[in-house]
Design a protein around this ligand. Structure first.
Ligand code: ASP
Length: 316
């Protein structure tokens, strides 16, 4: 059976959290647009949703103003430990209703420049889903993924902010800059990817939602989602899985608002989510101080915006 070409679209987020310094906004905007351009290029050339979300997230991981890869925030020991995951739902050949679904993730890795690439390698090169520690690094070496010294991932900005935070209040506090992306390609494949340095004040060994399939990242035959915000609350809500499931009954815009308003806000937590469905429709929402998103679709092209937080009740 021939499948009709899908509307392609891509949405990325640059984290939900406190409103960051105003003077960093122009550079963050440039970084997000560069990332969306990288993902859009893949989709325009007929590439896969998986390639598009990974290309987008890699640019954000390499950018020092985002909390992922180089520039990740530091744990209370002053070290980088990063989480990342990917998930992809691919229409099965000749069976319109069936999708093949695969996922991979890494947690608390500290010597990999692009954890999203390693999460993809877990998905593609192993029988496992979530890997940590030395085994994950060994896989990186085998898969030709660049390793570095852990200190090379610490940007001067991250070190400075860590010192200030530790002096102030023992490390806790709000940050933003986790990154993620969701996309659908012309063949109907949907993918999600998320990558983070975690939350401020985290203990060594803490793992957040960005490594947990169903929480920070999810994709199936209905759509794909990537989350950001307080990982513990996102894990308890299995936020992305719940949101993608709700696409059976509603559109991504409403689903995003409801996911934040009904699953996150009642826990007294802050989070954000971006979603794409199988028709290429997108949705995003958050209840934090700010959330940056970048968008590409074939009709409107590329854009980036700072999304206003939810107020009041979500639309029904
Ligand atoms: N969700 C991430 C975590 O808990 C942090 C974030 O999105 O800002 O590790």
């Amino acid at each position: 059976m021939t499948r009709r070409a899908s509307e392609v679209s891509l949405v990325a987020h640059g984290g939900a959290g406190a409103v960051g310094p105003r003077e960093e906004r122009p550079e963050r905007r440039r970084g997000m647009l560069e990332a969306i351009r990288a993902g859009a290029r893949v989709l325009r050339q007929g590439g896969s949703a998986l390639d598009a979300v990974v290309a987008t997230v890699v640019v954000l991981e390499d950018h020092p103003l985002f909390n992922a890869g180089y520039g990740s925030l530091l744990n209370t020991d002053g070290a980088v430990e990063m989480d990342a995951s990917v998930m992809v739902a691919t229409p099965a050949e000749n069976q319109a209703a069936r999708f093949d679904v695969k996922a991979g993730a890494v947690a608390a890795v500290s010597r990999v420049r692009n954890p999203v690439r390693l999460a993809r390698a877990v998905m593609e090169n192993t029988r496992h889903l979530l890997m940590v520690g030395r085994g994950a690094e060994r896989l990186a070496r085998r898969a030709g993924i660049e390793l570095c010294r852990a200190e090379e991932l610490i940007s001067p900005r991250a070190r400075k902010r860590w010192r200030e935070r530790m002096a102030r209040q023992g490390g806790a506090g709000a940050a933003h800059g986790t990154v993620g992306a969701v996309a659908i390609d012309a063949r109907g494949q949907m993918a999600a990817a998320t990558s983070t340095g975690g939350v401020p004040g985290k203990m060594p060994g803490r793992v957040g939602d960005s490594a947990i399939i169903g929480a920070g990242t999810f994709a199936d035959s209905l759509g794909a989602a990537s989350a950001t915000g307080e990982g513990e609350a996102i894990i308890m809500a299995t936020l992305c899985r719940a949101a993608v499931g709700a696409l059976a009954r509603s559109n991504p815009e409403r689903v995003a608002r409801r996911a934040i308003a009904s699953l996150i806000a009642p826990r007294g937590a802050e989070a954000g989510i971006v979603i794409v469905d199988r028709r290429g429709r997108i949705g995003y929402a958050h209840n934090a101080g700010s959330m940056q998103v970048g968008i590409y679709d074939s009709r409107a092209g590329i854009r980036q915006l700072w999304v206003e937080p939810l107020t009041g009740r979500p639309g029904s």
